[in-house]
Design a protein around this ligand. Structure first.
Ligand code: PMP
Length: 402
């Protein structure tokens, strides 16, 4: 469609044009009901079926094991920062009613701004001690920034924590765990407490559905806001293992914090992801994206195209580093496939780079306000061809500044 630019923004971010066009039709008439998707009752058989199909698409493409339920909710990833703590502390209370708050721990792996924000919420809500299993900053190039995934020797987990939390892809800082278990930048699964029902929780907000999730079955909870790879903001997807859907009211009687109804996994599960009105339009659009994904070849397709995309951008970044014009933010090996953060060196050069990009219809490249610099987000809807346009521009910029 004319007038559209290439949007490399970090979220909400680009969606496939075909999905936007299909949405326009659904807004007028959802599945031949004669009613638009934003107008139809969420209790209608058509919408109920659609929601279940959308969950099934996630289950099929991510190969979610039968031990885990897929729940849809609202409140974004920030809502889950709190919901996870409350539900997992309720679970821990039922397992160990005798422990005091000081004797309970929640382990946080802190590799960037989002895991740091999640740990801050844990401190705020209380109910257990917050143990920093690792903080990546001391291992950074300058000793104080989030630019790396620490080596396994840096981690220390508690013996029986209520939860172990990490963020798989740090959207702001551009660091991501490796999916190769042998890599030093992989998540240290082998160091986790030997508990068959590990309380392992992962924020996958900015990498969900971009490639398979390693060790998915070993997680208690994997969650993501939809607004990067899956759909518009408004839908939050939570994959929860059965044993983490607990009777929060029974736990409260034993002294755990009461869990607001909208945050209770039990309430969500029993209400089939709509104990109250769900975000119908966001679910609709996410369903369209997921169907399209399946038709394109599912996660294998995206893993491959996302690999190609990031290799192209890291490739030209390296060339720019060799001549001192670009400077990647992240340490070698820890770089994200989804968000690539770098600086353009030289007086006024960054602004010039961003301005030149805008002029070519390459937008959303300005770094996060806390980081500055340039951030390239390569979510699923960005194609290899669109990535090539950016790479072309980066090469031209290099040539012009040699
Ligand atoms: N975690 C990650 C990895 C994120 O990228 C974001 C922001 N998109 C959040 C958490 C917070 O998400 P939300 O704005 O949906 O609360």
């Amino acid at each position: 469609m004319s007038g559209r630019v290439i949007n490399f923004g970090a979220g909400p971010s680009a969606l496939p044009e075909a999905v936007l066009e299909e949405t326009a039709k659904g807004l007028l008439n959802f599945r031949n009901t004669g009613i638009g998707i934003a107008e139809i009752s969420h209790r209608s058989k058509e919408f109920t079926a659609y929601l279940e199909e959308t969950q099934a698409l996630i289950r099929e493409q991510l190969d979610v094991p039968p031990t885990h339920h897929i729940l849809f909710t609202q409140g974004g990833a920030t809502g889950q920062f709190s919901a996870i703590i409350l539900n997992m502390l309720a679970r821990h209370r039922l397992l160990h009613p005798e422990l005091t708050a000081d004797e309970r721990t929640m382990d946080y792996v802190i590799t960037g701004s989002w895991s740091k924000a999640a740990a801050k919420e844990a401190e705020r809500l209380g109910g257990a001690r917050v143990n920093t299993a690792v903080d990546a900053r001391p291992y950074s190039k300058d000793g104080k920034t989030f630019d790396n995934i620490p080596l396994h020797s840096a981690y220390s987990f508690s013996e029986d924590p209520a939860l172990i939390y990490y963020c798989e892809n740090e959207t702001v800082n551009g660091v991501q765990f490796s999916h190769d278990d042998a890599a030093p930048e992989s998540f240290p699964y082998h160091l986790l407490p030997k508990n068959t029902l590990l309380p392992l929780v992962a924020d996958y907000s900015s990498s969900f559905m971009s490639r398979p999730i390693p060790h998915l079955g070993e997680h208690a909870i994997v969650y993501a806001g939809a607004q990067k790879n899956v759909g518009p903001a408004g839908l939050t997807i939570v994959i929860v293992r059965q044993d983490c859907i607990v009777d929060v009211d029974a736990a409260a009687k034993l002294g755990a914090s009461p869990v607001p109804l909208a945050m209770s996994y039990k309430n969500l599960f029993e209400g089939k992801s709509m104990p109250n009105t769900p975000p119908v339009l966001a679910i609709y659009m996410s369903g369209l994206v997921l169907k399209r994904n399946r038709d394109l070849g599912g996660l294998q397709y995206y893993e491959e195209s996302n690999r190609i995309k990031k290799e192209k951008v890291y490739g030209v970044l390296k060339k720019g580093e060799e001549v001192g014009l670009f400077k990647g933010h992240v340490k070698e090996g820890s770089g994200s496939w989804m968000n690539i953060v770098f600086n353009v060196i030289g007086e006024g050069k960054e602004a010039e780079f961003l301005k030149g990009a805008e002029a070519k219809g390459l937008t959303g490249l300005k770094g996060h306000r806390s980081m500055g610099g340039v951030r390239v987000s390569l979510y699923n809807a960005i194609t290899v061809e669109q990535t090539e346009k950016l790479v072309e521009y980066m090469k031209e910029f290099l040539a012009a500044n040699e």
